[in-house]
Design a protein around this ligand. Sequence first.
Ligand SMILES: [Zn+2]
Length: 113
Amino acid sequence: MHELGIMFNVIRTVETFAQQNGVEKIDTLVLLVGELSPVVPHYLEACYPAAVDGTLLQETKLRIEIMPGNALCKPCNLVFNLLENHKLCPQCCKAEWEILSGQEFMIKEILAC
Ligand SMILES: [Zn+2]
């Protein structure tokens, strides 16, 4: 479980941003996690309270938005969800595709109070 380390990095980044911009309190931290990224949202949520304890984000709510893992099928140009279709194109049943989205992990928004 590497989520705790990731969470510490996120918190450090947000704290630095807050200090540089004179933000004293943050209401909500919004993270964007791709379905295909190795980061597990459930684990992020689980370690969040411990990770923010004693930091600027102690009272900050965590919101995680999921980016669907979509791929473009090269033979037939269909865009489809990789996980829902077990990594096979539902139209031509081929597995020759390129990933369009779903691998991202980023701080999407910091909502001030
Ligand atoms: Zn196809």
